[in-house]
Design a protein around this ligand. Structure first.
Ligand code: RNT
Ligand code: ZN
Length: 424
């Protein structure tokens, strides 16, 4: 199949018409596109290899998360993964960041455990990031490891296990600081642990007390302020259905009292609970949040992100609160059943489209109608904006950013599948 490519002329003509429609409402599409180009999304490295990482001996994915599917072509080496990331990023308009997990460290053939890693194990990533001018964010990895097999890490009652993971947490801060230093820019370091239990749990109290103490120990040392630290809450996981130590309330309290960012993952709440409503609440009490853009289906299934209502609601809240400088956006999904390059591009493009759609809204007018109790006009306008030609503005963005317009990026993807991925 050859997917149609759209000429510059066609794209620009459609854009001119769209521009006029939006300007009827004093919406300046040009400045919106300029702004969209400055909003980085931290693309997660782990879509490229199903959250595998490069440790040896290789351990199976654990911690209550799961990548299902066995589509061919997954990256097996850091070099392959970096090439895949470059390929995906070439099809995504704008300049983005890469979100790296500690699992992706390189040890040059000599095993180093997670309580012994340091920035030297990420030197290839640092060199690559510098060369490609890509910002990096980081995450300690508290899963897929024999010492996480009990389901408990930082809240484990076993001192040996807990101390091992505390050391890992401390080292992740050093590594994040090294990235900040080398790239001379802020780096997000985000903590998620899988700790929880499968069935009825009598002692929740001690586990949460231990978790608080572990984090306090990890965060005791003052660090380079360019390292921005986040803690990620969760409702349940596979094997931790009954009790998750790091629940929303736990981390909300922790983030506020310890001045950390709260990480809100779109898949980490009750199936009907969405996260957009939480921004205007949480950002009263902490300076910044981190979002994990994901798509749960019935559970925290981490499906590829698409342009759905949840994503649009989230984007609208960021825009309506003028909160771009306080909301860090990162993707977090892993689908092993489709081409992994495609998964990245679909998810990142959808996230940007949601932001664009939200920025194309006449927010001030809608707020005014709301204040004046003119609800029908507000609702009607919101409805009519759904069908304004956002797609033409998006296409113009892709054109400006030198990425394929429309579905034409699929031609690049399938070529890469045939020439590179199929040979792995
Ligand atoms: C797990 C969390 C966490 C992970 C990554 C790999 O439920 O969402 O963010 O997905 O750290
Ligand atoms: Zn997440």
């Amino acid at each position: 199949m050859n997917y149609p490519s759209i000429t510059k002329e066609t794209t620009e003509q459609a854009y001119k018409q769209a521009q006029a429609r939006y300007s009827d409402f004093d919406i300046d599409t040009e400045s919106i596109l300029a702004k969209l180009a400055t909003i980085p999304i931290s693309m997660h490295c782990w879509q490229g290899d199903d959250v595998g990482g490069f440790e040896s001996p290789d351990t199976a994915l654990s911690g209550g998360i799961m990548a299902t599917g066995n589509h061919p072509g997954k990256a097996h080496t850091p070099e392959e993964l970096r090439t895949d990331i470059e390929m995906a990023m070439s099809l995504i308009p704008g300049a983005h960041r890469l979100n790296l997990h500690a699992l992706y460290r390189e040890d040059g053939g000599k095993f180093v455990d997670r309580d012994a890693i340091d920035a030297s194990h990420f030197s290839s990533w640092i060199d690559w990031a510098k060369e490609k001018k890509i910002g990096i964010d980081f995450n300690p990895s508290f899963f897929s490891h024999p010492k996480a097999a009990s389901g408990m890490t930082l809240s484990s009652p076993d001192d040996g296990i807990r101390n091992f993971w505390i050391e890992h947490g401390k080292r992740s801060r050093e590594i994040a600081a090294a990235f900040a230093e080398a790239l001379n820019e802020p780096v997000v370091n985000s903590f998620w642990i899988p700790d929880g239990t499968k069935d009825l749990t009598v002692d929740r109290w001690d586990a949460r007390k231990r978790l608080t103490e572990s984090y306090d120990e990890i965060f005791a040392k003052e660090f380079d302020p360019r390292v921005k630290e986040a803690v990620e809450c969760k409702l349940f996981g596979i094997g931790s259905e009954e009790f998750v130590v790091g629940s929303h309330e736990f981390y909300m309290g922790y983030a506020i009292t310890r001045n950390k960012m709260l990480c809100l993952d779109m898949g980490h709440f009750h199936p009907t609970e969405t996260i957009h409503d939480k921004l205007s609440a949480m950002l009263n009490f902490i300076p910044e949040v981190l979002i994990h853009v994901s798509r749960p289906i019935r559970w925290d299934s981490d499906h590829v992100v698409i342009l759905n209502d949840n994503l649009l609601d989230l984007a609208r809240e960021i825009v309506r609160g003028d909160a771009f400088d306080r909301v860090n956006i990162a993707t977090d999904f892993f689908d092993a059943s489709i081409c992994r390059i495609g998964a990245w591009v679909i998810g990142l493009r959808a996230t940007q489209q949601a932001l664009l759609q939200a920025m194309l809204e006449p927010t001030d007018l809608l707020k005014q109608l709301e204040r004046e109790n003119r609800g029908a006009e507000k609702l009607a306008l919101m409805e009519s904006f759904k069908t304004l030609p956002m797609g033409a503005v998006w296409d113009q963005f892709c054109l400006q950013q030198n990425t394929p317009v429309g579905a034409a990026w699929l031609n690049d993807m399938t070529k890469y599948e045939n020439n590179v991925l199929a040979k792995r």
